[in-house]
Design a protein around this ligand. Sequence first.
Ligand code: ADP
Length: 547
Amino acid sequence: MQDVPLTVTRLLVHGTLVHGRSRITTWTGEDEPQVRTFAETGARAVRLANALRDELGVRDDDRVATLMWNNAEHVEAYFAIPSMGAVLHTLNLRLPAAQLTWIVNHAADRVIIVNGSLLPLLAPLLPDLTTVEHVVVSGPGDRSALDGSAVRVHDYEELIADRPTTYDWPELDERRAAAMCYTSGTTGDPKGVVFSHRSIYLHSLQANATESMGLTDRDTSLVVVPQFHVNAWGLPHASFMTGINLLMPDRFLQPVPLAEMIERVRPTHAAAVPTIWQGLLAELTARPRDISSLAQVTIGGSACPPSMMEDFDKLGVRVCHAWGMTETSPLGTVARPPAHAIGTDEEFAYRITQGRFPAGVEARLTGPGGERLPWDGESAGELEVRGPWIAGAYYNGPDAEPLRPADKFSEDGWLKTGDVGTISADGYLTLTDRAKDVIKSGGEWISSVDLENALMAHPDVAEAAVVAVPDEKWGERPLATVVLREGATADFASLRAFLADEGGVAKWQLPERWTIVTAVPKTSVGKFDKKVLRRQYAAGDLDVTRL
Ligand code: ADP
C-alpha cells in the first residue's frame, strides 16, 4: 500500500474542497452572527499562512500561539499553522497571569494571535514574555493597551489581506508536531502535550466514527468546549474531514446567549463540560426555549451526574458521556450502550459509565501494588492507556529531552491517567475518582464522585463537591460542600438521610462534615477545583457543621 503521510494539511485541503459549502457560524452578540463557509475559511487559512511566512518570518517548527475564543478565525489558525509546518499552541485564557507567562516562555512562542477582547489580559504579560516577537490582533477591542510594547503589532485582517491565494504546502512527516496544549493543572503544574499530524488525523477518524460523536455534514455542532481545551475535543479537525457545520460561541458563554444561539441557529449537537450544562439547564427551566434541534449532547471533562442526564432526557436531548484528557487528544471512551442493552433496564446503567474503549485505545488497570487487575466491573485500580493518539511524553523545551515522569508513564510506556475505576468485561470504563481525590477512610476508599452524584440527585441541590479532609480516627473523611438551589430549604440531616435512603450510600461512607457554599470553586476549564476546597478547609475558611 502507499505510504501517504496523515496530516492536518490533508484535512484542510479536503474540507476546503469537498465540504466547501459547510459553514462556521460565529456568535457576535449582535443581530446577525458571522457566517463563513469552509471554502472561505480554507482560502483565508492560505492567506494567513502566506502572511505568517512572508511578513512575520515563521519558519520550521516555530510555535505560533493563539489566545482566542471559539470563532472562525481560530479555526483558520488551527489549519494554517500546522499545514505550513509550524506548531499551533492554544493558550488557555482562563489561567492565572503567572501560569500563562510561564507556559508561553516554556513553549517559546514567537507569535501570539489574540482576540481584541482579550488584550487587557495579554498586554500586562508582554514585558515578561521573552520569546514573543509579534502579536496579531483579531476582532474588536481597544488596541491602545499595546502602545509602547516592544513587540510588533499587526491587525489580523490587514495582515491577511492581499496575500497570495495559493500556498505550496510542504509534504510533512506525519510524526511532526502539529499542535500543543498544556494540561489545565487540576492536580499539579501544567504540562505540555504535543499532538502530531498523525495523531490528530487518526483522532479525527475516531471522533467521526458512529460509535463516537458520529456527526456528518447534515449536523451543526455547538462547540462550547474551548478551542484551547484539547483542540475543542477534536471537533474542528473532525469537521473538515466530514463537513460538520460549526456554531462557535466566541465570548458568549453565559447561559442566556447559549440558549439564544441554540434557539436561533438550531444546532443538532453540542459539546461542553457539565458546569456549562448545569447553568444552561437552570436557564431553560426558568425561561423555556425551543431547543428541539438538539438531538445529542456530548458531555465530558468531568463526570456527568446521572441526574443531569435524566434532566436532558426529559427535554428530549440525548446525552452521550465521554471520558478523556489532554494527554489522550482527548477522546478515550464514549458511552454508547451496546446493542443488547438498548431498550432494556441496563441501557441507562451503560450510559452513565464513562464509556467503551475504541480499538485505538488499549486499557489496563493497575492495583496499588502494581498488579494487573481483571476487567470484571468490580476490581478498581488506576487506569493506564496506550494508543496512537495517547501522549508518550511531555514537552520539555526546544532542545531538551522529553519528560516521562514515573508517576505519569509506566516503565513500558503506558500513560498513567491518575484516574481510578473499574472496567467491565465488555470494555466499559466506570471512574470512581481521581487518584488524588479518593477519600481514604480507615483503610477503605470512598468515592467522592459517587457521593457527589448522589447529592446532586436531590431536588434542592444545585451542585455538590466532596473532598477528603484529615480525621484523627479514620485518617480521612468526606467533607460535603453543597450549593443549594434558589429558595431551597433542605438541611444537612435531611441531605444525609437522602444519601442513605435514596442514594444507596453505605452508612460508613456518609459524610459527617457539611458546609454550604455559594459556588463550588472551578478550574480554568470549569472542573471542580478540589485543591481550593481542601485549602479553604485547612485554613478554617469554611463554616463546617458536624452531624
Ligand atoms: P486536567 O487534568 O488538568 O483537569 P484535562 O482536561 O486533561 O485537564 O483533564 C482530564 C481529566 O478529567 C481526566 O483524567 C479525568 O479525571 C477527568 N475527566 C474527563 N472526563 C471525565 C468523565 N467523563 N468523567 C469523570 N472524569 C472525567
